[in-house]
Design a protein around this ligand. Sequence first.
Ligand SMILES: C[S@@+](CC[C@H](N)C(=O)[O-])C[C@H]1O[C@@H](n2cnc3c(N)ncnc32)[C@H](O)[C@@H]1O
Length: 266
Amino acid sequence: MSMKSEYRLDKAKIQRAFAAAADSYDAAAALQRQVGLTLLRRFPLQPQPGVILDLGCGTGFLTRQMVVSFEHQPRLAMDIALPMLAASRQRNTGLSVQYLCADAEKMPFRAGCIQQVYSNLALQWCQLATVFADCRRLLAADGQLVFATFGPATLRELKAAWMAVDDFSHVNEFVGAVQIDACLRQAGFQQIACETVVYPVAYPSVMALMRELKGLGAHNVNTARNREMTTRKQMQKMIASYEAGMAGAEIIASYEIIYVRAGRQV
Ligand SMILES: C[S@@+](CC[C@H](N)C(=O)[O-])C[C@H]1O[C@@H](n2cnc3c(N)ncnc32)[C@H](O)[C@@H]1O
């Protein structure tokens, strides 16, 4: 379970989209940085010795914050997109971090070898049941999994605007806190804390929002998406519908963030 179960993820497209966004990501990722800092404040790193893994590290913002907190703990940063890891290595020059290109659904670690897994806005691109089961396997007995992910209200205004155009799935679908909690329990996690916050973000135009999504690499990866190119006419209709739904001159896009901490301990 990750995005709603009736939506299937196109893994090859996810990898390509993020690989292509490695250079544009940082300029578009203000919300991602804010969420990363909030995640570390809400669920701080534990002082226990042991390896800390940043899962889906992207250009390495969270990795950097974590090195600053606990300088002497071994750090691993993993991502499915090699150009993201290259960008992370460049931005974090001088920091002691090991990089690994791998899929969060097939992690190459032996059981119990990681003390803490942190992940900022990456797990929504994965099958959660698979990732949670593997995280439980690789975490030490007193380890923790901490992550932030998008919830179902994310980009609800954009979703509503596309519904005025056609029935295709134009916006990624994400699961909610209740399903995440159930999925973590099923994987054997305990002491689960989930907190949801909706952030309204203002944009000067719908196109500015669309440009930001492109810069992030956050393309629609549902297999139920329209495989044809969106026409200019369809885009104009969506924009008109979006603008008609706004009270003022600004365009508002909502992002629902679910902050989660789960303990490995039995
Ligand atoms: C929105 S970015 C977040 C990056 C970073 N954590 C941050 O806070 O800026 C999502 C990252 O997850 C990575 N990702 C997506 N699916 C993944 C998977 N199955 N395994 C590992 N990384 C994945 C993408 O390549 C991308 O770099």
